[in-house]
Design a protein around this ligand. Sequence first.
Ligand code: ZN
Ligand code: ZN
Length: 151
Amino acid sequence: MQTAPVTPPMDELRRIFREAGLSFTHQRMVLYRAVFAMRSHPSPEAIYDRVRNEIPSISLGTVYKNIRAFMDAGLVREVSPHHGSLRLESNLDEHHHLVCTRCKTIVDLEESDLEPVRLKRQLPGGFRVDRYSVEFRGLCAACAERSNHSD
Ligand SMILES: [Zn+2]
Ligand SMILES: [Zn+2]
């Protein structure tokens, strides 16, 4: 279902940044690579934890600032605006999500894993849909296993 992401090579990263209108700095390169490699839909805090090994002087505020810049430039996107905390992904292909309500794990489902969703009537208020993403909520295998043992 999921293939491990291959981090784009340096010249590819330079091109991505140039096309997004962002200046290419070492810090941003490390941050983008981290988001790209983490298919777990990381929070800024999780990204911060990961990049601190490589850039010990980085602050959480700097991570947030750069992630905002990535979002504004369309390099990453917010998974879903209603989870209470910011979660990010670099997978910009249309896809859906499995969300564990207990541990907040978010796993990708490919668009082809679902039948296309079709609306049965006009949306209220003339709402215009740009894209959609289906969210399946439940328990991941680890959490389901744990709840079986504790119940
Ligand atoms: Zn879970
Ligand atoms: Zn995703």
